[in-house]
Design a protein around this ligand. Structure first.
Ligand SMILES: [Zn+2]
Length: 206
């Protein structure tokens, strides 16, 4: 079995495209789609992330994610919510009040795990908060731009196998949010590394 460091190195070395294809493959509603459709979803989601990023730069110049949130008047609140066995999160975007919530407790745990597992040379812990802020900021873009690709009904689904309907694929939004976070923070590795470390270390925490 691979140890934690080997697992993290493998993820750090993967291309963004491959990381996102794996996300689709793990998704219950996307993993049955054929490869061509999965590739199309990943490419279009990455393009949406890039468009939103370019739009921000054109409008406000190069800023940190938190400063973009201020410019866009999206409130950012900080909480200390201890993760449980069933519920853990780094950040949230609440549509109702259009607010980003950052969970400092989970971030602290990830930072501790990075030191404990000796991953300091691989993982950029200094960008963790920015990456989470940027990820949630993308969900804000989804809310205010209903026409974004990730908001569209992008797969055919059959309800009870009878009625054909178009269904929205939430994982497309997650791919785009992840990619948007990578672009904004200029991270060398995928932001998914943070989630992975948390998933690997969770057992000893909760
Ligand atoms: Zn998300």
């Amino acid at each position: 079995m691979k140890n934690i460091r080997e697992t993290v190195i493998e993820l750090c070395n993967k291309s963004d495209f491959d990381v996102y294809m794996a996300m689709l493959d793990r998704d219950i509603s996307a993993h049955r789609l054929d490869k061509a459709k999965q590739e199309e979803i990943v490419k279009k989601s990455m393009a949406v992330a890039n468009d939103c990023y370019q739009e921000l730069i054109t409008k406000y110049g190069e800023l940190t994610p938190i400063k973009y949130a201020i410019k866009l008047q999206v409130p950012v609140i900080y909480v200390n919510d201890k993760p449980t066995k069933y519920y853990a999160y780094l950040g949230l975007f609440e549509e109702k009040n259009q607010t980003i919530t950052l969970n400092l407790e989970t971030m602290k745990l990830i930072k501790e795990l990075v030191f404990q597992y000796n991953l300091v040379d691989l993982v950029d812990v200094g960008s963790l908060k920015s990456a989470v802020t940027a990820h949630e900021l993308f969900h804000y873009f989804e809310l205010v731009n209903p026409n974004l690709y990730t908001n569209q009904k992008i797969i055919d689904a059959k309800i009870f196998g009878i009625f054909k309907t178009k269904s929205q694929l939430l994982v497309a939004g997650e791919v785009a949010a992840m990619h948007f976070a990578k672009l904004l923070t200029r991270l060398k590795h995928t932001p998914l590394v943070y989630d992975k470390i948390f998933a690997l270390g969770k057992k000893q925490i909760v």
